[in-house]
Design a protein around this ligand. Structure first.
Ligand code: LMR
Length: 405
């Protein structure tokens, strides 16, 4: 009968993308989904990815056989090194397990499923307010409810550090704490390394369980180590933790779904036994969900991570992307300040990564859409990569108009 399955709402982000595509205005500006665009508002295939693709296409030994359940080993091992650092104590002591996933979403899901099955503690995940909207449904789908800790301070448009710390302190002993290692989505606001250290102390004191969702390593600052510093610090401190790692943004491999999930156990005599058990359970979960992961994106990433020359070229490509985004931040702030747009705009350059949380209200967002064909999410998040030297004036003036009236 028709009432058994209720109609679900459309995904807000993909709905926004469809509305943008349907808009026929030549002036339209897409600041919705977090995907990099070049200065002509076009998707950018990283030059290093083109090279790797060429190599793959000419490799007579490649075929379309199944990958192992845990994925391509040359990919997962290098992905772990990239995330944890080649000299990570977790790698040296062989107390991490890595399994290839359907990009970051698949990794968060696998981690959530694993926790739903095995986590002994307060089976609630604390996420930032706000967080990537998908986090809520990924966890609730496997029966782990989400609760929020304060994160964004509307007044400063920066981090509400005290609020965040206190909420994590007040969460019941042994809760799951979801953290964005860098380039927080949707706010672009990150804790400083000193603040991460304080957070680590609080998390340790409550015996909480950290779960990092890393979608922007290298994309945020252009520096791979800096963007992973929070995760690496927690690992150095001997935490048991989980990491979801996406290669969508930093390789521009969005639709190829290349990602990895890492589990790290605490140091100690049982660490290797524990990690081998965890790896065995992850393999069972993976088999029942996707059997084995897709090849293409992981092959591209693996080629680049395993070749010093290609790796250096990738770092260059990362600088191109993060550099262009930083240019757009500087330029947008300067233009709004020049125009004398009411309010302060330093947060545009203080924030980092793909997004800026502009502080625009839902009403202003809707006016921008209607009056100027500018598309952004209702919470005032803009994908910085949607701005370029051709549309930034138009955008700044449109923002000025809605903020001023
Ligand atoms: C975004 O937040 O725009 C991206 O992470 C894309 C997505 O899958 O939601």
């Amino acid at each position: 009968p028709s009432d058994v399955v209720p109609q679900a709402p459309e995904d807000p982000l993909f709905g926004l993308m469809a509305a943008f595509r349907a808009d026929e205005s030549p002036d339209k500006v897409d600041l919705g989904i977090g995907a990099y665009r070049d200065d002509n508002a076009k998707p950018w295939i990283l030059p290093v990815v083109k090279k790797a693709d060429e190599i793959l296409r000419n490799d007579p030994d490649l075929n379309h056989e199944y990958a192992p359940i845990a994925g391509i080993q040359s990919f997962t091992s290098k992905a772990a090194e990239l995330m944890l650092g080649a000299d990570s104590p977790a790698l040296k002591e062989k107390r991490s397990a890595s399994i290839q996933t359907i990009s970051g979403t698949g990794a968060v899901h696998l981690g959530a499923l694993f926790l739903a099955k095995f986590f002994k503690g307060n089976r609630t995940v604390y996420v930032s307010n706000p967080t990537w909207a998908n986090h809520h449904q990924i966890f609730s789908n496997v029966g782990i409810p989400t609760k929020q800790y304060p994160y964004f301070d509307k007044k400063t448009k920066g981090l509400d550090f005290e609020g965040m710390k206190n909420a994590i302190k007040d969460a019941p002993e042994r809760s799951i704490i979801l953290l964005h290692p860098c380039a927080h989505n949707p706010t672009g606001v990150d804790p400083t390394l000193d603040q991460w250290k304080e957070l680590a102390e609080v998390i340790r004191s409550k015996n909480h369980f950290p779960f990092f969702d890393s979608a922007y390593q290298g994309f945020a600052s252009g520096n791979l180590a800096r963007d992973a510093a929070s995760v690496r610090y927690f690992v150095e401190q001997g935490f048991e933790l989980l990491i979801a790692q996406s290669f969508a943004k930093n390789f521009g491999l969005y639709g190829e779904r290349a990602g990895c999930f890492h589990a790290v156990t605490a140091p100690g005599p049982d660490a290797q036994t524990t990690i081998s058990r965890i790896a065995s359970q992850l393999a069972i979960l993976q088999r029942s969900e996707i059997s084995n992961p897709p090849l293409y994106g992981a092959r591209i990433v693996s080629l680049v991570l395993n070749d010093a020359k290609l790796f250096a070229e990738w770092e260059d490509n990362l600088t191109t992307m993060s550099g262009r985004i930083m240019d757009m931040r500087n330029s947008l702030r300067a233009k709004l300040e020049e125009l004398g747009t009411p309010g302060t705009w330093n947060h545009i350059t203080d924030q980092i990564g793909m997004f800026s949380f502009t502080g625009l209200t839902e009403e202003q967002v809707m006016r921008l859409r209607k009056e100027s064909h500018i598309y952004m999410t209702k919470n005032g998040r803009i994908s910085m990569a949607g701005l370029n030297t051709k549309n930034i004036d138009y955008f700044a003036k449109a923002v000025h108009a809605v903020v001023s009236s």
